[in-house]
Design a protein around this ligand. Structure first.
Ligand SMILES: C[S@@+](CC[C@H](N)C(=O)[O-])C[C@H]1O[C@@H](n2cnc3c(N)ncnc32)[C@H](O)[C@@H]1O
Length: 288
């Protein structure tokens, strides 16, 4: 395994460039490559139930390399701005574009030129005028702070060599009260060293996965609250796919009435930044 996060990123980029070329030529389904290296776990289009992919053309869903369906839990509303970290062939962007409607906007961010070409072709097929695909790194998101309502991602954060930076950046671009809804792989605490050091297992979304505890800590360190991680299905002997949800606290202070409810932290949740424990000290929003 390369020591340097940028070297890891370059190997990941090469792997997904090849996958995108395969999908465009029709020579191979990129989902099959991931499945092969991941010991037969469930990835890709098989995860989209009937109706769950409305808005995305068949080609985008068929080229999906995700490990879940983040749009199924992102609770998107008309007019919202959505950012998809590592948007690949664009299926989740195009599904989101349909949900947020013409008044909304969806941005797919990906570092791989070949994936961006594929995604833009799929956006054209879908006629999605409110979707755009931007080149960049998820560790250094090329968007201004507090401009996004919902960050989604499907099986990408595990691929990064600097996951704390990805989560910090996600928190930065979200508006206060903004939501994170991500499908990703969660490693079992006992994932063996051989799997961890296998670069093919890394590019196949397994070896770089955080454990549940590590993911929770990284989200809290990035400033997220209301953190929820729910396992959906096994993808490997030592790993499962999961839905990860969290909220960027509003930082709003509590009313005197909410503060008076001193023994019920839940009563303060809406005004104390999502969780009394993470509220600014100046709000007096202590948990007890
Ligand atoms: C496993 S595929 C998932 C693609 C898509 N989310 C889906 O569900 O089909 C990973 C994607 O993330 C992109 N990617 C991986 N690491 C990245 C990084 N550090 N910055 C930007 N894009 C990245 C790859 O180019 C690839 O398109």
């Amino acid at each position: 395994m390369p020591e340097d996060a940028q070297d890891v990123r370059e190997i990941v980029r090469e792997r997904y460039a090849a996958a995108a070329r395969g999908a465009r030529s029709g020579a191979s389904c990129c989902g099959d490559e991931v499945k092969d290296s991941c010991g037969g776990g469930v990835f890709g289009d098989a995860l989209y139930a009937a109706g769950a992919s409305a808005g995305a053309p068949h080609e985008a869903v068929a080229a999906s390399l995700g490990c879940g369906v983040p749009t199924a839990v992102a609770d998107l509303h008309e007019g919202e701005t959505v950012l998809d970290l590592g948007s690949g062939a664009g299926a989740d962007v195009l599904i989101s574009a349909r949900r947020v409607g013409p008044a909304g906007r969806v941005i797919g961010l990906d570092m791989t030129d070949e994936m961006l070409v594929l995604a833009r072709e799929n956006a054209e097929r879908a006629g999605a005028a409110n979707a755009e695909f931007v080149k960049g790194h998820i560790e250094d998101i090329p968007l201004a702070g507090a401009t996004v309502d919902v960050v989604i991602s499907n099986c990408v954060i595990n691929l990064s060599g600097d996951k704390p930076a990805v989560l910090r950046e996600a928190a930065r671009v979200l508006r206060p009260g903004g939501r994170l809804a991500v499908s990703d792989v969660i490693a079992d605490p006992g994932m063996d060293a051989a799997t961890r050091s296998d670069m093919q297992q890394w590019t196949g979304c397994i070896a770089g996965a955080l454990t549940r505890e590590e993911f929770e800590h990284a989200l809290a360190a990035a400033g997220f609250a209301e953190i929820e991680i729910r396992e959906t299905h096994r993808v490997h002997e030592h790993a499962a796919a999961a839905i990860v949800r969290a909220v960027k606290p509003t930082g709003r202070c509590c009313s005197p009435e909410a503060l008076a409810s001193c023994c019920e932290p839940a009563a303060k949740a809406g005004c104390c930044g999502g969780a009394a424990e993470t509220a600014p000290a100046s709000c007096g929003c202590s948990a007890r």
